[in-house]
Write a protein that binds this ligand. Structure first.
Ligand SMILES: NC(=O)c1ccc[n+]([C@@H]2O[C@H](COP(=O)([O-])OP(=O)(O)OC[C@H]3O[C@@H](n4cnc5c(N)ncnc54)[C@H](OP(=O)(O)O)[C@@H]3O)[C@@H](O)[C@H]2O)c1
Length: 233
């Protein structure tokens, strides 16, 4: 990505099992990260301007997406930043509960990208609760436009925390710079268990190609992998 890019630097972070699953077949948000990995993820959030999730993760798990460590929040504030990064959600049809963690945990600003399938009343309710909402498309959210809007809002570094469908879509569209995977020493199996990238899939010749930047072996049995996504142009 060039310095003059019209989108932020984008990285995906996932916790996966050794068989590449990011949840069990129950899709209830199973814990995969070790204690050390949770601290690493907290730091990644603290170092990001915004943290994004896809619609199913948003609605089913209602993540708070805040920085858990008080000292990391203080570090941000000492740099003149908000205590927490901007929370970002992408959903075809928003069904958010205003009292839920995504909307209420903070203090943090929230930005949502949706389509014209979200009823006007719901848009108004969410806006009245303080979130910025952008309607970008009729069937699916136009993610190129969403990323341009984020950049214009001052987001230089965007952390994407899944799930599988959103990850695949932004990889397919060439909108990702790096992928970080904490691989836990366990196997979930399950044909329907989500993996790092879901969606319709790609032909082998169209694979998203990666360069390995770092590989760490941890004492908790996990492996941390950091890849750069090869540019297609
Ligand atoms: N281990 C980890 O690191 C990790 C992290 C996050 C999530 N997860 C797991 O991932 C699973 C959820 O993943 P998922 O694949 O089911 O859903 P997802 O990626 O969280 O959300 C996908 C949804 O995003 C919305 N969307 C709208 N426009 C889109 C676009 N252009 N591209 C992509 N998505 C768009 C759609 O919302 P609508 O539904 O409104 O149509 C779509 O269904 C859960 O099991 C969760 O636990 C694991």
């Amino acid at each position: 990505m060039s310095a003059a890019s019209d989108r932020p630097f984008v990285f995906i972070n996932v916790a996966a099992t050794a068989d590449g699953k990011i949840d069990t077949y129950r899709r209830g948000g199973a814990t995969i990260s070790s204690a050390r990995d949770k601290q690493r993820v907290d730091r990644l959030r603290a170092e990001s301007d915004a943290v994004m999730v896809g619609g199913r993760t948003l609605h089913d798990e209602d993540p708070d997406l805040t920085v858990k460590s008080a000292s990391l929040r203080e570090e941000r504030q000492q740099k003149g930043l908000a205590a927490n990064p901007l929370k970002v959600g992408v959903a075809t049809r928003l069904l958010l509960s205003l009292g839920g963690r995504f909307m209420s945990a903070g203090p943090a600003k929230a930005m949502l990208f949706t389509t014209s399938q979200t009823p006007e009343q719901q848009l108004e309710t969410i806006r009245a609760a303080g979130a910025e909402v952008h309607v970008l498309g009729d069937q699916r959210v136009d993610l190129h436009r969403a990323f341009v809007i984020l950049k214009k809002a001052g987001v230089e570094r965007l952390m994407v925390e899944g799930g599988a469908t959103l990850n695949f879509e932004i990889l397919r569209l060439g909108l990702v710079d790096e992928v970080t995977i904490f691989m836990a020493p366990r196997i979930f199996g399950g044909e329907s268990s989500p993996t790092l990238a879901g969606g319709a899939g790609l032909e082998a010749e169209a694979a998203v190609r990666l360069d390995l930047l770092d590989c760490e072996r941890w004492e908790d049995g996990g492996v941390l992998l950091r890849y750069r996504v090869q540019r297609r142009d």
